[in-house]
Design a protein around this ligand. Sequence first.
Ligand SMILES: NC(=O)c1ccc[n+]([C@@H]2O[C@H](COP(=O)([O-])OP(=O)(O)OC[C@H]3O[C@@H](n4cnc5c(N)ncnc54)[C@H](OP(=O)(O)O)[C@@H]3O)[C@@H](O)[C@H]2O)c1
Length: 257
Amino acid sequence: MTTALVTGATAGIGAAFARRLASDGHNLVLVARNEKKLREHAAELHDRHGIEAGVLVADLATEEGIAAVEERLSDRRHPVDLLVNNAGFGNKGEFLEVPMADELTMLKVHCEAVLRLTSAAVKGMRERRRGGVVNVASVAAFVPRGTYGASKAWVVQFTQGAARDLAGSGVRLMALCPGFVRTEFHERAGMGTDNIPGWMWLDADNLVDAAMKDLARGRSLSIPDPRYKALMGVVKLAPRNLLGGVTSRTGRKYGPQ
Ligand SMILES: NC(=O)c1ccc[n+]([C@@H]2O[C@H](COP(=O)([O-])OP(=O)(O)OC[C@H]3O[C@@H](n4cnc5c(N)ncnc54)[C@H](OP(=O)(O)O)[C@@H]3O)[C@@H](O)[C@H]2O)c1
């Protein structure tokens, strides 16, 4: 039986990955900060699918939290075959409105944790000549959208570069770029969502199904859903200053819903 470790597994896309991987028969290690939610989710997945579901309480915005997950991923006696770096969040406000401490926390969770956890996991995977890493980025990686978009652009560049370096090693790395997904993300960030058109919303379980197909195909970049594939095609052609005006407003209306 194989084991998958999912960060940010208590809600949204991470919880959807955990459901999907459990139903595929993988044992799980679920990582997040909220211990109660982690334990409830692990018990539910164990009862429903008969898999082993362990929990690891860790705040990936802290040195101790990252180190604890690195240690689990480096444990050669209990190898992790699939890592999903999914934990993430949005900050409320535009550039200079967001406190510097929050900007730096975002870089820690979205970039430093992803770099360190990917490295810890891939070393063992390369020795075993098999394994996979899914790093959850965003379509915001392709448009000017503050530190959030910049951090996700880093995730895409890092993941595709590492995938290239590890080609032929038996280890697959893929950056997953969702569009808007109905999760706790926007509410947690204090973002209103009423200016996001209905057609732009994706379902987390469908997103994960599409991502798993792309991973099986060996893609290093996954943009699930034809609507977003088309939109990203347009984005490539649009002038960058026009793009910045539109994308910095969509989904960034802050305040009560
Ligand atoms: N929803 C969207 O529209 C959307 C679009 C594109 C990309 N994404 C990306 O998808 C990923 C998942 O987002 P989501 O929409 O599923 O958000 P969500 O519903 O708010 O879930 C976020 C998860 O991350 C965990 N988390 C947050 N900060 C953490 C930290 N410091 N340490 C450990 N765990 C932490 C949360 O658990 P605890 O609070 O228990 O720690 C939770 O399980 C993020 O990387 C996000 O940037 C989301």
